[in-house]
Design a binder for this molecule. Sequence first.
Ligand SMILES: NC(=O)c1ccc[n+]([C@@H]2O[C@H](COP(=O)([O-])OP(=O)(O)OC[C@H]3O[C@@H](n4cnc5c(N)ncnc54)[C@H](OP(=O)(O)O)[C@@H]3O)[C@@H](O)[C@H]2O)c1
Length: 290
Amino acid sequence: MRLAERPQPKPAINDVLVEVHAAAYVPTEIDWPSTWADRAGKPKTPSILGHDLAGVVTALGYGTTGLSIGQRVIGISDWHRDGTLAEYVAVESRNLAPLPGDVDFTVSASLPISGLTAWQGLFTHGRLQSGQTVLAHGAAGAVGTMVTQLAREVGAYVIGTGRAADREKALDYGAHEFVDLEHDDLEDIGHVDLVFDVIGGDIQERSATLIRPGGTLVTITGLGDIRPVEGLSVDFVVESVPAQLTEIIQRVRDGRLRTNIDAVAPLDDAIAALNPTQRRNGKTVISIRP
Ligand SMILES: NC(=O)c1ccc[n+]([C@@H]2O[C@H](COP(=O)([O-])OP(=O)(O)OC[C@H]3O[C@@H](n4cnc5c(N)ncnc54)[C@H](OP(=O)(O)O)[C@@H]3O)[C@@H](O)[C@H]2O)c1
């Protein structure tokens, strides 16, 4: 990674140009094919990373409706286009939601990918109902803390997992109980209605066998070979859905949802902040205009 001067992007049809105030990214982005190729598969190097954004609209593309210049916005930029770890980004307006004036840009930038991934995994794909049991893997992580809180809010019983050091944080974010994947026996929890997998591999496959008939395995890391025998398996990539973003922002405003920020750094310090020498403990937010 390096900091570089690049031309200001131009908003295309139905885009807006956003002056980015804060941005965040998913550490695995560097390995995603979409980081390095456009939608036609043509190489895209150098690539601007980051897709979470909070900022202000400064220009509209041809034919863009629904957002206006000066409006505060939040959202996820397209995976194949240049990203949000920049002073300006051109984004499809359909990927953005209005951001109320009382929500801080730094907090906002930490929410779109983690919050929407949790929302869509639990409600769109997992069809979670009150009274059901959710196994929330990586419950102290960026996605897992959102999964735990949203599942608990709808009246689900949440079993969080993670490393031994994650126990307190997972319980603090609302998990009813915690399984230390390094020392406890996952199979001791019995059966669950929904597995929300953020880890993959052996943990995902062992979890699939714990799903009740009619239950669902939702994963964001690709499906393995072992699937629930009498249930659904869904592997998905999060989409930016403005109505869901508005729901998430509303929950942050009224205190139902707490974000999970590990570190905040200015753009000049972004490379060190995005490549920490110690274990991450939530989102790293880059404050582009502090
Ligand atoms: N498909 C999608 O739309 C989508 C969206 C968002 C994220 N993702 C992917 O989902 C994954 C999680 O994202 P995130 O942002 O929530 O990451 P994160 O903040 O690092 O959270 C993951 C948590 O799971 C823990 N964990 C991982 N492997 C574990 C293991 N074997 N045993 C115990 N704990 C383990 C991690 O601990 P350690 O850090 O110690 O490993 C961390 O606490 C990433 O691979 C990301 O690329 C996919």
